[in-house]
Design a binder for this molecule. Structure first.
Ligand code: NI
Ligand code: MN
Length: 225
């Protein structure tokens, strides 16, 4: 699996030869100004919820790549009306795709599109594949529901929000890593806006105290997982 960071909560994951793109938001992120949107590959676009900082580039990338949108039913219906194909899901449900199995799981947050359209319940994704398993949490608070993920899945890594104000902070995210029993975390949803700027060293130390590795990827960086 290859993991590429496009800033904020946007990641590309190459798994079993398919390109998964999570929560595309690039032009609205001044830190991601060097990312060339027209070069981003996508067979699937996974959307955690409908807020502008997670759906910014869905239309432009889905129109170019013909990627299939995977999200909650309300979000895929919204894009269906724009002529973009999707696979709608809801909490607790799983579907076997050609790259692996996806489960849509609970996130404690809110969800509406920038135009005011209701965006269903916000969620996260568990991806299980021959190349490994991971959790993309979306925007969420720390919740006891995360303990169920630790009971049900064997995760190789997790993408967790750490920036506070709109989501859990890195203290809660370190507790989340314990709940989900995962010792490798990639941070997201930090530094993009003034209210979510964090001290990288302190965040890394907080995870280390719990024996968990925190990776803060550079925007544009690709790593093998
Ligand atoms: Ni949000
Ligand atoms: Mn957000």
């Amino acid at each position: 699996m290859n993991l590429t960071y496009y800033g904020h909560s946007c990641f590309g994951v190459e798994v079993n030869g398919k390109h998964l793109l999570f929560d595309p938001f690039i032009t609205g992120n001044s830190l991601a100004k060097n990312i060339e949107i027209e070069k981003i590959q996508a067979d699937y676009i996974l959307i955690s919820h409908a807020h502008g900082d997670h759906v910014g580039e869905v239309d432009v990338i889905a129109n170019r790549t013909k990627a299939k949108i995977i999200s909650n039913y309300e979000i895929t219906s919204y894009y269906d009306k724009k002529g973009l194909s999707g696979h709608g899901m809801n909490f607790g449900g799983s579907w076997q795709f050609d790259f692996g199995k996806v489960t849509y799981v609970v996130a404690l947050h809110s969800s509406h599109f920038p135009d005011g359209t209701y965006g269903g319940n916000p969620g996260g994704f568990i991806v299980e594949s021959k190349e490994g398993n991971f959790y993309f949490a979306g925007d969420t608070a720390l919740t006891m529901d995360m303990k169920l993920i630790g009971v049900r899945y064997k995760l190789d890594f997790a993408l967790l929000p750490i920036g506070s104000n709109f989501t859990m902070d890195y203290f809660d995210a370190a507790t989340c890593a314990e709940f989900i029993q995962c010792n490798k975390v990639i941070g997201m949803h930090f530094d993009t806006f003034p209210p979510i700027k964090i001290d990288h060293e302190k965040a890394t130390e907080e995870f280390e105290r719990n024996g968990i590795e925190l990776l803060l990827m550079k925007i544009g960086e690709t790593i093998a997982m």
